[in-house]
Design a protein around this ligand. Structure first.
Ligand SMILES: CC(C)(COP(=O)(O)OP(=O)(O)OC[C@H]1O[C@@H](n2cnc3c(N)ncnc32)[C@H](O)[C@@H]1OP(=O)(O)O)[C@@H](O)C(=O)NCCC(=O)NCCS
Length: 164
């Protein structure tokens, strides 16, 4: 396996992260959501303007996993809330790079960025068995549900939490 570097995102990563999210979203959700839903959500959530704004947000931590050939293979976005809990907004690894430890490396790097946080919360699609298995393996438990994943959609999600 080639070397993998976890680092903060930079302005030059915006297009690559947008592309990674769109590609990984299609692969992950194509049997769960309609093509129209995927187009709509990735168009709204993963367009370069939005990614650029998130990259510049001081309150968030925007991480990328870079392979030694410069390819961006993974991305994580998280922020520390006022109650000292982490909201893990996004964790995506390109389909051809999954299962090689990159998701866990991004996750562990995030923990080191917020050493005093007391818990982590995230939302996950109930049919996304791969992600559910990953989060369960990391010690997350289900704590509830929402009918509006991300707060601005009409798709359901499980809420998961891990105490630190
Ligand atoms: C879910 C995802 C982020 C995991 O990242 P990954 O790089 O594929 O996972 P890793 O290789 O880092 O796995 C880390 C650990 O989790 C375990 N794991 C991963 N997937 C698992 C599964 N489905 N069931 C059980 N354990 C799993 C691995 O065995 C590994 O354990 P180890 O450290 O003891 O060896 C990645 O597969 C992905 O991007 N999926 C598509 C997008 C997605 O669903 N994102 C989450 C949205 S909420």
């Amino acid at each position: 396996m080639s070397d993998i570097k976890i680092r903060k995102g930079q302005a030059g990563d915006v297009e690559a992260v947008s592309h990674l999210l769109k590609e990984t979203w299609r692969a992950t959700y194509r049997n769960i959501y309609s093509a129209e839903q995927i187009r709509d959500l990735t168009g709204r959530w993963h367009n370069p303007e939005i990614i650029q704004r998130q990259l510049g947000d001081d309150g968030s931590r925007f991480l990328v996993a870079e392979l030694d050939d410069g390819v961006i293979a993974g991305h994580l976005l998280a922020r520390l809330r006022a109650d000292n809990t982490i909201l893990l907004t996004r964790l995506y690894v390109r389909p051809d790079a999954q299962g090689r430890g990159i998701g866990k490396m991004l996750y562990q790097h995030m923990l080191s960025v917020f050493p005093d946080a007391k818990s982590i919360e995230l939302e996950v699609e109930p049919q996304n068995t791969k992600a559910l298995g990953f989060y369960h393996a990391l010690g997350f438990v289900n704590t509830g549900r929402t009918n509006s994943c991300g707060g601005d959609s009409d798709i359901p999600a499980l809420i998961m939490e891990r105490l630190l």
